[in-house]
Structure formats: C-alpha cells, structure tokens
Ligand binder design. Structure first.
Ligand SMILES: [Zn+2]
Length: 223
C-alpha cells in the first residue's frame, strides 16, 4: 500500500504517520530523511544536495523530484511506503504523478488531515521545548502557567546558561508564525492535494480529538 499524508503544522501528522507505518507495515519516507540519505550516499546527487544545503539554499523542485524518485525505486520500499512532507506544491504533485507513472507505481490513499486554524493555534501555542533535553511538551496555556521544571528531565535552567529557564516557546510556535505557516499550507500545499485527487483516492480526515480518535478515522478509510 502506498500512502501520501498531508496536513498543516500542528495537526498531528507525525503521530498519525507513525501509527499508519506500524499498522500497515509500510516504510515512512519523510523529505528530511530523503535529503539526509541522499547526502550520506555520497552519490553525485547527494553532493549536489550537500552543496545547496550548506549554502543555506532551498532544494529545487527538480532536484527534490530526483531524490524522491530515487528513494521510491529502492528495494526496501517495494512493499509500500508512506510519503510525508512531499509534495508541498502543485508543481511537485504534478511531478510526482508523472514519476509514479514512469516507475509503474500508484498511490492507494492520499490522507489530508484538517483542523480549524483556532484549534491549531491553541495546540501549537501550548508547546514548550526544553533547552536541556530538547523534548517538546504540550502544555495548553503555557504562557499563563509557566511551569518551572521540565516534565521530562526535571531541568529548571538551561545547562549552558545558568539563570536562563530550561523551558521556552520556540519562535515557530508563536501565534503570528503559526498563522503564516497555516496560510502557506492553504495556498501552496492544498492545491497539491487537489491535483493528486484527480488521479488517486483522497480522504479528508478530521484532525480534531485525541490521537486515538483521529487514528481510528484513518484506519477506517485505509481498511
Ligand atoms: Zn527537559
């Protein structure tokens, strides 16, 4: 079974990806992993990626497509894969369709996780990161509560800078940034989903509720 999972930041895509790969026995393929693997392989493609990333530039659609094609053609994913974080744009979706036709594969399910913007802002705004152990906790209303100890490692201060609190809200988890990322998802990534829907079954999944409830919705469409 080949699956594509899409969704805005904070909708629970990571958690659900792991649940699906476990229950369906498919290989999780994230774009981050693909880029790292490409670099490690030492291939010509990998060197190109390394140069671009060390220069701080974004990997072009064409290069990303080559990397995805390379990854989807490998032996370990021939019994199924779950693609996470790709495609992100209409152009990439279009390229993916062409590439799959070329290598004789298809997508069995495109999963689009959705949740109202207010809910996502509420979830992400409640996220705190620990400077000591890097764990991320979900403490709704963190700004008001301001817990003093990390619930994972118990740290109170940044180990590198005494006096600085261990727990903090990442810039990525502030409301303005969240709203911007949601807008980017709506404008750039949803068109990719609708492009895939022209060729493959697409299921919009309600991302509200507990991870178990959302997981059950996904399980019911995957059969
Ligand atoms: Zn910690």
């Amino acid at each position: 079974m080949n699956i594509v999972i899409m969704g805005p930041p904070g909708v629970g895509k990571g958690t659900q990806s792991h649940a699906v790969t476990d229950s369906k026995g498919v290989v999780h393929i994230s774009t981050g992993d693909i880029l790292r693997m490409g670099i490690r392989s030492g291939s010509e493609l990998g060197r190109k990626v390394y140069d671009i990333m060390t220069a701080g530039d974004l990997v072009s659609d064409d290069l990303m497509m080559e990397l995805v094609k390379d990854r989807l053609s490998q032996d370990d994913v021939k019994d199924g894969w779950l693609l996470d974080g790709f495609p992100r744009t209409y152009v990439q979706a279009d390229g993916l369709i062409g590439m799959l036709d070329e290598i004789g594969q298809k997508i069995d399910a495109v999963l689009v996780l959705q949740a109202p913007a207010e809910e996502i802002v509420r979830r992400l705004e409640g996220r705190i990161t620990c400077r000591s152990c890097n764990e991320v906790a979900n403490l709704t209303g963190f700004a008001a509560v301001q817990p003093r100890f990390c619930p994972f490692c118990g740290a109170k201060e940044d180990p590198k800078r005494p006096g600085k609190p261990a727990l903090y809200q990442r810039a990525d988890d502030k409301e303005d940034t969240i709203r911007h990322r949601l807008e980017v998802f709506r404008k750039r990534t949803l068109p990719a989903a609708w492009r895939l829907e022209e060729r493959y079954p697409l299921y919009e999944i309600d991302g509200l509720g507990t991870p178990e409830e959302v997981g059950a919705r996904i399980a019911s469409v995957l059969g």
